[in-house]
Design a protein around this ligand. Structure first.
Ligand SMILES: Nc1nc2c(ncn2[C@@H]2O[C@H](COP(=O)(O)OP(=O)(O)OP(=O)(O)O)[C@@H](O)[C@H]2O)c(=O)[nH]1
Ligand SMILES: [Mg+2]
Length: 682
């Protein structure tokens, strides 16, 4: 291959449900393109993309992996992404780097949850979609029925680009073939339908085609084909077997000839704007001569290489000696080495063009989702934020070895910067470190990695639930704080009233004292004392909320009136009032959405009721899939991931978001109060 240009580049992501065959397909493409001598297998743990020891052991991808190969005149950058919902963050961020998503469907299983999700997400970001039906060699596949299902679900724009022949041993491409046999549909009819759909994008071509009745040439079809792909007027369907190699040459040709170049895809959704100010769309041009604009879509913390930023170049050329700015940073960094990635290999490159994917190492300022550029003209440019699922699944962690306590946070932080769906929280009040992720599997993968890569062993426990306290009646509280010891004394007296407010109202402080019996400066002290009492909690050690505290009387002293005396009086008066105001303990309740096979709806709703949950709806979501929504106390969801897995044979998934606080059952309240008394006495 001679000099590479941007028009020769393709950036493509393999997305879709777990075990659809994406990693195997990447392997087949690399082998057919001559990049590797033979195809590895996921079962043998020797594929280029699943190079991480944990992936090899688990038999599934956990991270997005980058590879590249040449085919005909094109150079294809391919990202293999994990299909499991727990690792969706890696698949979602890959969408920011590519012009085409190959949505891989397992012919044996049909449309699955992640298929749906990735079809939607790719469309929402303007990424051109092609559907690849894999495993056409397998037993018990019904391809005509699957095509019907795909059209019903994703629209009639899903059109055949090729068809299997000889019982799936080979595949016939349909743009260039208009006759012959196929396994289940007429080649002539499928060819005609495809051409009809493409020429609709070009009025002149359509008129000529109707007049003359002759097929347009491949050259004439190219521009309208790209247009149809960009708008979603055409979503091509291709058939392959990553195992036997059937359909692989046709898929390679489609990538080289039909997948959009950086100039042919939808422009990336950049915008310009300072934080908090107005924003305007910014059009990056895939022109190698312009200023540099690149977007970091992946961070890797490599124990040997350090922090690696993986980016897509959208404009300009990055060279090994370039100076680049990170985001709005004032000082540039010198790039030094730039790399292309081939699985775990870092291949040094001289320059990277618009449409290229590459990496830089050891630049601390680089963060996930940042923009790299080489001129202050491109300050304040960002890519439209990606939408990630909220990490709600939590585990409280502590280092097994005392000596590791110091480095625990530092290492967790490394994992946090590389995964947009992984968070660390530190709770000062409970002295707890909590890690949060999408699901149990996600967190387990992190714990294994900490143990294997960083030799850091952690003990885990369910995190404490963020309970609160509230009151259910109005009551009075009074305190005269008086201290006389040697020199200056302390004096402050406060009388106040507490009243419940509606749920979610928070806290109101009202001062109605008359005649300045508590001087203004000391009223601030009283408020401080009240807030202190509320933050510490009264009956069970949880913050008190949803109440009004009205200070209506008190007394000061010309000499002994002191800030500390009024703080103490305010705090003690509040505690007395709350104890008398029929206090209760509140717990967080979450909205839950469970996606599961329809047949399991009854079992799951029953299970939810047994967890003090209440159902708000059941709605079909795609063929055979039911979405069950409801509200349930967060405390009841401990271990729910495993439970759902066993109830649905691994087919269900769920997501939660905070809804409101509600009173705990009396037995729980008694228990929490008793536990608090034990702590108090210790
Ligand atoms: N019969 C058959 N099996 C296949 C084919 N492609 C992949 N497989 C098998 O399907 C299983 C899953 O393949 P992977 O390549 O790991 O699937 P994946 O989509 O990468 O899965 P995740 O990484 O979990 O998202 C493996 O056992 C493969 O050997 C195929 O074309 N035919
Ligand atoms: Mg995989």
């Amino acid at each position: 291959m001679g000099q590479t240009t941007t028009s020769m580049l393709r950036a493509v992501a393999l997305v879709g449900h777990g075990a659809a065959g994406k990693t195997t397909l990447a392997e087949s493409l690399l082998a057919a393109a001559g990049e590797i001598s033979s195809r590895g297998a996921v079962e043998k743990g020797n594929t280029v993309c699943d190079f991480d020891p944990q992936e090899r052991e688990f038999g599934h991808s956990l991270n997005a992996a980058l590879v590249g190969f040449s085919w005909q005149d094109a150079y294809v950058h391919l990202i293999d992404t994990p299909g499991f919902p727990d690792f969706a963050g890696q698949a979602i961020s890959a969408l920011a780097a590519v012009d085409t998503a190959l949505v891989v469907i397992n012919a044996q299983n049909g449309i699955e949850l992640s298929t749906e999700k990735m079809m939607q997400l790719a469309a929402a970001r303007g990424v051109c979609r092609m559907i690849v039906i894999n495993k056409i060699d397998a037993d018990n596949v019904d391809l005509p029925a699957l095509v019907g299902e795909i059209r019903e679900r994703f629209g009639r724009e899903c059109m055949l680009l090729d068809l299997p022949v000889k019982q799936g041993a080979e595949v016939v491409e349909l743009l260039g073939h208009d006759s012959g046999e196929s396994d289940f549909e007429s080649v002539a009819a499928a060819h005609r339908a495809l051409i009809d759909q493409i020429v609709e994008e070009d009025e002149d071509l359509l008129a000529r085609y109707l007049d003359e009745g002759l097929d347009p040439s491949p050259d004439e079809l190219h521009v309208p084909f790209e247009k149809a792909l960009r708008s979603g007027h055409l979503i091509p369907i291709l058939f392959v077997s990553a195992k036997t190699g059937a359909g692989i040459p046709q898929l390679l040709d489609a990538l080289a000839q039909l997948a959009p170049s950086p100039a042919e895809g939808n422009p990336p959704p950049f915008y310009r704007g300072e934080p908090g100010g107005p924003t305007e769309a910014f059009q990056a041009e895939p022109d190698p001569e312009k200023h540099v604009l690149a977007h970091v879509f992946k961070i890797v913390s490599d124990p040997f290489i350090g922090k690696v930023g993986v980016f897509r170049v959208h404009q300009g050329t990055i060279r090994k000696d370039s100076q680049l700015f990170v985001g709005d940073g004032k000082r540039p960094f010198k790039v030094g080495h730039i790399y292309r990635l081939q699985g775990k290999e870092y291949l040094e490159a001289e320059s990277l063009l618009p449409g290229d994917l590459g990496a830089v190492a050891k630049v601390d300022e680089i963060e996930f989702d940042c923009v790299l550029h080489d001129s202050h003209d491109e300050d304040h440019i960002h890519l439209k934020p990606l939408e990630f699922p909220q990490p709600m699944h939590g585990l409280a962690v502590t280092a097994v070895r005392k000596a590791d306590e110091q480095r625990l946070f530092e290492i967790l932080r490394k994992l946090e910067v590389e995964d947009p769906c992984f968070r660390i929280e530190r709770h000062a009040t409970t002295n707890e470190t909590v890690i949060r992720g999408i699901g149990e599997m996600h967190l387990r993968a992190k714990l294994t990695r900490l143990a294997q890569q960083y030799k850091l062993e952690l003990d885990t426990a369910p995190p404490q639930i963020a309970y609160r306290e509230a009151i259910t009646a109005a009551a009075e509280g009074h305190c005269r704080h008086k201290k006389q010891s040697g020199g200056a004394g302390q004096f402050g007296e406060v009388a106040l009233r507490v009243e419940p407010l509606e749920r979610g109202a928070g806290f109101e402080f009202v001062d109605i004292v008359k005649g300045g019996v508590i001087p203004g400066v000391f009223m601030a002290s009283v408020e401080k004392g009240v807030r202190q009492a509320l933050a510490d909690g009264v009956i069970a050690g949880f913050a008190v909320q949803d109440l009004r505290v009205t200070v209506h009387d008190g007394k000061s002293h010309p000499v002994d009136g002191k800030d500390i005396a009024f703080q103490t009086a305010g705090r003690k008066a509040t505690i007395e009032a709350i104890r008398a105001a029929k206090p209760i303990v509140l717990e967080p309740v979450v909205e839950i959405e469970i996606l599961a096979p329809e047949a399991m709806t009854g079992d799951l709703t029953g299970d939810l009721s047994s967890k003090r949950g209440h159902l708000t709806g059941t709605q079909p979501r795609g063929p055979g899939v039911m979405a069950i929504t409801g509200q349930v106390p967060l405390a009841e969801l401990d271990g729910y991931q495993s439970r759902l897995k066993s109830l649905t044979a691994g087919q269900g998934s769920y997501s939660i978001s905070f809804s409101h606080y509600a009173q705990v059952p009396p037995a729980t309240q008694q228990q929490l109060v008793a536990e608090h008394q034990v702590v108090d006495e210790e």
